[in-house]
Each structure stands twice: as C-alpha cells, then as structure tokens.
Design a binder for this molecule. Sequence first.
Ligand SMILES: Cc1ncc(COP(=O)(O)O)c(C=O)c1O
Length: 398
Amino acid sequence: MPSISKKGIQMPESPIRKLAPYAERAVDDGKQIFHLNIGQPDIKTPRLALNAIRNHSLEVLSYSESSGFKSFRDKIASYYKTLDVDVISDDVIITTGGSEALLFVMGCIGDINDEIIIPEPFYANYKSFAIQSNIHIITITSTINDDFSLPDIKEFERCITSKTKAILICNPGNPTGHLYSREEINQLAQLAKKYDLFLIADEVYRDFVYDDSRHYSVLELNDMNEHTIVIDSVSKRYSMCGARIGWLISRNKTLLATATKFAQARLSPPTLAQIAAEAAFDTSIADTKETVAKYKKRRDTLIQGLEQIDGVIVSKPKGAFYCIAELPVDNTEDFTRWLLEHFSVNNQTVMLAPAAGFYANEKLGKKQVRIAYVLNRRDLLQSIHILRLGLQAYNKKK
Ligand SMILES: Cc1ncc(COP(=O)(O)O)c(C=O)c1O
C-alpha cells in the first residue's frame, strides 16, 4: 500500500468528536444524549442572515474577491469602530471560518520546525493546524487552581528560542473561559515586542463576556501594529457555525500581503455564506445583549450545579461558553465512554469532552472535562443531575 505522510499519522483525532461513535450507538439504543461536549450553540441564527440568502437576486453564484467582499470587510471594520478599535477594510481578510484564518496565519509566520508558544489547555485544533503547518507548539501550563490565568510571564520568556515566531492566546478562552485582563495582555505585548514576535489572539468568543467584565483586544495595544493578529468568526457570535465564515485582522502589510497569497490559492471564501454573515452584522445590540444574558444564566446554573457535586472542582469562566471541571475519577475519557455505553437516567445521558486532548503534555488533563453550556437551563439542570448520579455509580462499581 502507498504510504501515508508522517504528519498525517501525527494528526490528532478531535477530542470533541472522537467519542461520537459511542454516542451514535447510544442513540441507536434509544437513549437521549445531552451534548455538553461540543460548542454548537442552540441559539437561533439571526433571521436577517437567513433572509439575506432567501432573498438574494444572484444569477451566478460566482467566486468573490479572495480576501472577501469589500462591503463585508467594511461592515467588519464598522463593527470594530463601535468598540473604538481602529480597523479598516484593508486590514481584514475573510476566510472559510476562523479555522482557515488560523491555518493561513501559521502558514505565513512559521517555517519547518519553527515554534509558537501557547498557554495550555488550548483549543485542540491548534495542534492540528500546527502539524499541517510543520511548526511546533510549545506550551506553558495554566492551572484550574489559578482560574487558568496567564502563567508567570517569565515562563514564557524562558521558552523563547531563535525558532520562536509567535505567542498565541485564545481570549476569552476555549476550553477554559478565561478572560485575559488588560495587564495580562500588556505583559504578553511587551514580551512580543522585546523578542519581535507576533502576538496572535483568537477572539472568536469576544462578545461572550460576563459580570460587566471588559474584553481587551490585542488590536487596542499601542505601538504593536506590526505584531498583532486577530482571528475572528461568525460561528459563535451569530450562531452560524455552518456558514464557515471567519476572518483575520492585522495592520502588518507584509503579513496581509502574504496571507492574501494563501487566500488566492483557495480562490475565495464561500459567496452565499458571506452574504448571510454580512447581514448578521446588522443584528441589534439589544439582541446580542439578550444572547449574552442567556449564556450568563446558563453559566451560573452550570457552575452552581457542579460546585454542589462531591469531589468536583470547577473554575468560574468569565467568558466564552465553556468551563473546565475536574472530576473525582482517574480517567475522564473512560468515564465519558462509560456514560454513553452503560449509564442513563430515564434513558437520558450526557456527553462530555475529556480534557486531555486540550493539553500538549500527555500527562495533564486526565481528570478534567470541558463542558460547553450551550443547552437551555432545564436541559443543563437535568445534565448536572445525570452527571452527579453517573459519578456515584461509576465510582461505586470500581
Ligand atoms: C477558539 C476557537 N477558535 C477557532 C474556532 C474555529 O471556528 P470556525 O467555526 O470559525 O472555524 C473555534 C471553533 O470552535 C474555536 O473554539
């Protein structure tokens, strides 16, 4: 048989999807599953966006510009203006999801065996994008006891070598829900400046911040125009995961010109989905606030519920719609599989995302799960109930 590439073999399975066959079997057996494992919001996609597709008058579904429709990039620039962040349409390249933006950026900044530094736990697909781009991820571990805040900046500095090209953060964080403070962002910026590194911020959850906290974008940093790159997307903001529309923003002209070549090679981002995404930006501030308020209630329900389960440790997320919980079991992958295969309450069970896949260090995260609070409050309460009984039954059988 012809051989498969080393990087193909190295590509990790998604920790979020790898237990899907067990879930499918559970459904075939008639069980209902509450999906706490995946960040697929249940919030309705804005009608504005769906109507823009229904009512369009296109006669040819043509390619768009490789960097995306100018009118759409203008809309994105206007959105940032409302946040007092100075972005112009030329700073923006529309991509096929934030995923493609991440791939383009890694392709632009790293050569074979170059390194980027990422605090762990981190969004698991960063690993896959880095492998595809032949670059290495160097991690600095953040901890649940410290609410996953930025580890000591000296640890980052110690990891910097001649191969280091960038620091990548997710703000607010998937999977941790950590919202970086202005001081944390400033510390990272100073380091990036000192060693002439890119500072990449994945801000796809930037609208989801709670408790009157304020999101600080790296685009607000002074004197960092050559260094900062933002990744963003409509997937979560407007509950449009299937549109596959994201973008990257930078004020570094060389980076943009390079990313444009990557964009040209794949011709264009999806035309119809851009029409829908552009329309979604007309969603009223009141509607966005309502969505955020809904997630805040869900977060509070989930965290209060988890805190009441014996042996569970959880850090309260300030943003995004995930939390990491440490469970009183040795291996959450085994526990998650068991919940799907062998456990139910009134024929219902829950699916979690074992957190080991969000760490590069293979020893870490084995007792942790990532929980996405993308279900309504009633389902969340039932999920917590099932989890409590599941933990009791699992630990009793051992
Ligand atoms: C942190 C983070 N970045 C990027 C993405 C990719 O988003 P998109 O659907 O826009 O490709 C996700 C999706 O879950 C995510 O959680």
